[in-house]
Design a binder for this molecule. Structure first.
Ligand code: URA
Length: 273
């Protein structure tokens, strides 16, 4: 029996996007009168159709003023103390990350995990920190959560290997794996933050999708729950930020995949602005 979610109400989706939404377990729903407006499509969640896929100088922490969470661009920030990382080009930034000893995580790492994707992508994804597989391979999101992230990206016509309008740059808040996959500590986030800030400055994305609470805390300086922050357009250094659930959470809670799809639609809408 084919119990894949019915996405036929949204004619703008092509076959690949429908397949990827089915892979995410997302049923797309739109009133007939709104069927032409894909970015504002409302989604609901079908029962999961299948089991979730198996899967330089060290930067000083930069004190950044808190960001208010309003739908409009935040007012200009107060000047933060400059980090030496803030002027690096791509090769120098990669080298700085590879040699970083700014916090204790350097002692347990196999590889630093810089990030992957088109350095000029208009779409940037920010996750939390490398896990075991990422530490071994030196690439973000290569485990089970990474497979779901890849499917989510495919659903919006993007991939980690694509370029231009098909591309995305994927980075984490932390570039080194926390031991036993524990949560990032505030001092680790602060020490690593200049690298992410420089990545954003170099990529110059038109939208950032912040996945999970540590990405949200690092970018928005907010400890509000994801559920309270999603559905609005926030900003980081002038770049629109869309908050959504971390793929690892979605693997545990597939009933929230529909919300993640709505978040991706909101991110897509930012590209049209
Ligand atoms: N989770 C993350 O947030 N990042 C990764 O790279 C892998 C899992």
């Amino acid at each position: 029996m084919n119990d894949a979610p019915d996405t036929s109400f949204v004619p703008e989706l092509d076959a690949r996007q429908r397949a990827m939404l089915a892979e995410m377990g997302v049923r797309v729903w739109a009133p007939k009168t709104q069927a032409q407006a894909l970015p504002s499509v409302t989604s609901s969640v079908a029962p999961p159709t299948a089991p979730a896929p198996a899967p330089i100088p060290a930067p000083a922490p930069v004190a950044r003023p808190a960001v208010t969470h309003t739908p409009s661009p935040e007012p200009a920030r107060q000047a933060a103390p400059a980090s030496p990382v803030a002027t690096l080009d791509w090769p120098a930034l990669r080298g700085a990350v590879a040699n970083c000893q700014a916090c204790g995580l350097c002692q347990g790492r196999t590889n630093t995990v810089f990030g992957v994707g088109d350095e000029q992508a208009d779409w940037m994804v920010v996750g939390e920190a490398p896990g075991e597989n990422e530490d071994l391979q030196g690439e973000p999101f290569v485990g089970a959560a990474g497979q779901l992230l890849d499917n989510m990206l495919k659903a919006v016509g993007r991939s980690r290997t694509g370029t231009g309008a098909q591309g995305a740059f994927i980075a984490n808040v932390l570039k080194c794996r926390p031991p036993a996959n524990r949560n990032p500590q505030p001092d680790e986030v602060a020490r690593c933050e200049p690298y992410l800030a420089r990545q954003v400055a170099l990529v110059k994305p038109k939208v950032i999708v912040a996945m999970g609470r540590f990405a949200v805390q690092a970018l928005l300086k907010s400890v509000e729950p994801i559920g309270r922050l999603r559905g609005q357009v926030h900003h980081y250094e002038g770049v629109p930020v869309i908050v959504t659930y971390h793929p690892a959470y979605l693997l545990r809670t597939p009933t929230d995949k529909g919300k993640a799809w709505a978040d991706l639609c909101l991110a897509m809408a930012q590209l049209q602005n």
